[in-house]
Design a protein around this ligand. Structure first.
Ligand SMILES: [Zn+2]
Ligand SMILES: [Zn+2]
Length: 146
């Protein structure tokens, strides 16, 4: 690797902050997440990781994902009762899920809780985090409807 990219630095910093070693498997799983930001499930991450490291196991992929979440490099996304999906977008954001094809999109949500919140909260309540998921039809499925 000649020059380090921002992603390399971000990754190495986060991994060492957690007191962990840089392993090619962790790095591979992280790359898979960054490569296609479509909120894959662990099984899907495994499928993609396996095409790069053929010896990688599903258990390892689960471990790597867990580590990345602990180190703050990825977050889990829970949509209804579906298997957990993984998202490398660490900015505060919500998700839009297409009810037809199941595609998941990142959407902006008002940040900072408090004043930016469009919801009417119980009096004196404080928002700690927002887990916003909207359901609907994506542009492609919407177009197919007509
Ligand atoms: Zn769709
Ligand atoms: Zn996301």
């Amino acid at each position: 690797m000649a020059t380090k990219t921002d992603t390399d630095l971000l990754y190495e910093k986060a991994i060492s902050r957690c007191g962990l070693r840089f392993t090619s498997q962790r790095r591979c799983v992280f790359d898979v997440l960054l490569n296609k930001r479509d909120h894959p499930t662990a099984t899907e991450v495994f499928r993609r990781a396996k095409s790069r490291i053929s010896s990688i196991s599903l258990a390892t992929v689960y471990n790597c994902l867990e580590t990345l979440v602990e180190c703050g490099l990825a977050r889990q996304v829970h949509i209804d009762r579906e298997p957990t999906r993984y998202c490398p977008n660490l900015l505060e954001h919500g998700h839009f899920v297409c009810s037809v094809c199941g595609e998941v999109w990142d959407i902006e949500v008002p940040s900072g809780g408090g004043a930016g919140m469009p919801y009417r909260l119980p009096e004196d309540a404080t928002v700690i985090s927002a887990d916003v998921t909207l359901h609907g039809l994506c542009p492609r499925c919407n177009a197919g409807k007509n």
